[in-house]
Design a protein around this ligand. Structure first.
Ligand SMILES: C[S@@+](CC[C@H](N)C(=O)[O-])C[C@H]1O[C@@H](n2cnc3c(N)ncnc32)[C@H](O)[C@@H]1O
Length: 215
């Protein structure tokens, strides 16, 4: 008898990946194909000009970082630095992260996902990553025990993300304030200089977690 399939979360509306066509000039980078079983794969969504991506890759030569940015001028600044620094473990991608991840990333393959200062339009809750049906797809790409790390300076964004993470996505979740001397990204540098409080949410995918996209 077929085993009953039980979702690990409370999100009813399902994301529809089949509706998204592949980004233009789409090529799956070698590192994303999952052929090297020993590689630790890390994703960054909305990398901006790449401050965090460049320093993360330099500090973690044993990990492979794919950093995605959709705004052309920011991506070009990032790509220029990446070329100059020639970090062999950093892959900058110019694309919308949702379509790109749908077409490039296999289930259960990512160790960590950074979403740092996403800053959606304040009044559009649909743009918050944890409100999106896509978040289920993103969790399916994470390894068991893997983490999503979200940072923001917008308290209402953080409060909602924490509530969604625990209530809807049923993830073990830790919230803390970002230290006042932290300078990981261009936006973090700006907020910290203005003495704004920034928060971080670490969300872990438990062993045995089931989504509709596990492959
Ligand atoms: C406020 S900026 C923060 C940039 C950087 N993380 C930082 O903290 O300095 C948010 C970035 O996310 C990018 N972004 C938003 N949604 C995206 C998506 N779906 N795919 C790729 N990039 C996205 C935007 O283009 C923008 O550069």
């Amino acid at each position: 008898m077929a085993q009953e399939f039980i979702l690990s979360h409370q999100q009813q509306r399902a994301f529809q990946p089949q509706k998204l066509s592949a980004p233009r000039d789409f090529v799956i980078p070698e590192v994303a194909k999952g052929n090297d079983k020993t590689a630790t794969l890390v994703l960054e969504i909305g990398a901006g000009k790449g401050k965090h991506a460049l320093s993360f890759a330099a500090a973690h030569s044993d990990q492979q970082l794919i950093a995605i940015e959709r705004t052309r001028n920011k991506f070009e600044a990032f790509a220029k630095q990446a070329t100059q620094q020639a970090l062999s473990n950093l892959t900058p991608i110019h694309a919308d992260a949702i379509a790109w991840i749908v077409h490039a990333i296999v289930p259960n393959s990512i160790a960590r996902i950074f979403i740092l200062y996403p800053n959606p339009e304040q009044h559009n809750p649909n743009q918050q990553w944890l409100n999106m049906p896509f978040f289920e797809f993103l969790l399916s790409r994470l390894q068991e025990g893997g983490e999503v790390i979200l940072a923001t300076n917008i308290k209402s964004y953080m409060d909602n993300a924490e509530q969604q993470s625990i209530g809807v996505w049923q993830l073990p979740t830790v919230r803390h304030e970002v230290p006042a001397n932290s300078q990981r990204t261009h936006f973090e540098v700006k907020y910290v200089a203005r003495r704004e409080t920034c928060w971080q949410l670490n969300m872990r995918k438990p062993v045995g977690y089931q989504t509709r996209f596990d492959g």
